[in-house]
Ligand binder design. Structure first.
Ligand code: SF4
Ligand code: SF4
Length: 242
C-alpha cells in the first residue's frame, strides 16, 4: 500500500484492518472504504470544532445520521465475512446504549408510526422494559438513572439475564426500525459462531475497528454539542420519558 501513508505505518494499519472469523476466513477491511469512512468522520469532527462544539439540534441529528451512513458502508463492505444474518437476533436482548441525538431519532421514528397494533406493542414493550430496568438494583443515581455508559455496563449483565427482547424486534425477529436503529445496533457485528450470542454462551467476538470507535466518540460529542446532554441511556428510557 502506498497511498499516502507515512513509511512504517503500513504494517500496523494492515494489522488493524485484518480480522479472522470463526469460519477461519481472514479478511481485510478495504483500505479505500476505511479511508473514506475516517475522512467522513473527521469532517464531522472538524465541523463540530469549527462550531465550538455547539450546533443546532437539527444539525446534530443530521450529523448522527451521517455517521450512521458511514458505518453502514463499512459494515456492508465486509458483511459476507460476518456471522450476523437477518432474523439472527439474540443480541437484541442486550441493553443498547443510546446518546441524545440518537434518542431524538428514535422519538421521531416512534412519532411517525401510525396508531395501530405495532405502535401499541411498542408502547407496551417500552413501558415493560423501563420497569424492568428500574427493577434492577445498582448504585445508579435515582435522579439520573442509567445515564452513563459506566452505569449501563454495571447493570447490563443483570438486564441480559432477564432475557427480554428490544420492543422494536418484530415477531419475525427483524428490527422494525431498521433504518433508524442506533449506532450500537449498526456496529454489533460478530466474528464468532452466532450460537455464542445465546444467553450463557460467548462472549462473542465483535468486529471492532477504528471507524466504529471514532463514530462512537462522535455520537456522544453530538449529544453534548446539539442538546447539552451527555447522557448515554438504554433505548426504552428515551421513549418513556423516564
Ligand atoms: S451479534 Fe450475534 S445474535 Fe446478533 S445478529 Fe450478529 S451473530 Fe446474530
Ligand atoms: S433497535 Fe432493532 S437492532 Fe437494535 S436492539 Fe432493537 S430490534 Fe435489535
Amino acid at each position: 500500500m502506498s497511498d499516502g501513508l507515512p513509511p512504517g505505518d503500513d504494517e500496523s494499519l494492515v494489522h488493524d484492518l485484518t480480522f479472522s472469523n470463526y469460519r477461519h476466513e481472514t479478511f481485510l477491511l478495504p483500505l479505500p472504504v476505511y479511508r473514506e469512512a475516517m475522512e467522513g468522520l473527521e469532517s464531522i469532527a472538524d465541523r463540530l470544532e469549527a462550531a465550538k462544539d455547539q450546533v443546532e439540534e437539527g444539525e446534530a441529528v443530521s450529523m448522527v445520521r451521517e455517521i450512521y451512513r458511514i458505518v453502514d458502508r463499512v459494515g456492508k463492505s465486509v458483511e459476507s465475512h460476518m456471522s450476523c444474518r437477518a432474523s439472527c437476533a439474540a443480541c437484541c436482548r442486550m441493553m443498547v446504549g443510546v446518546t441524545r441525538g440518537e434518542g431524538e431519532i428514535l422519538r421521531e421514528r416512534f412519532a411517525r408510526e401510525p396508531t395501530g397494533p405495532v405502535k401499541e406493542a411498542w408502547s407496551k414493550g417500552l413501558a415493560e422494559r423501563t420497569r424492568a430496568l428500574f427493577s434492577l438494583s445498582g448504585s445508579a443515581d435515582p435522579d439520573r438513572f442509567l445515564s452513563t455508559l459506566e452505569e449501563m455496563l454495571a447493570t447490563c449483565e443483570d438486564y441480559e439475564k432477564l432475557s427480554v427482547y428490544c420492543p422494536f424486534l418484530g415477531a419475525d425477529r427483524l428490527c422494525q426500525i431498521y433504518e433508524d436503529r442506533p449506532l450500537m445496533c449498526r456496529i454489533c457485528w460478530t466474528l464468532t459462531d452466532p450460537r455464542d450470542c445465546d444467553p450463557g454462551e460467548g462472549p462473542p467476538v465483535k468486529f471492532r475497528n477504528a471507524v466504529f470507535f471514532r463514530a462512537f466518540e462522535l455520537v456522544i460529542a453530538l449529544g453534548k454539542a446539539g442538546f447539552g446532554d451527555p447522557r448515554h441511556r438504554p433505548i426504552p428510557l428515551w421513549l418513556t420519558g423516564e
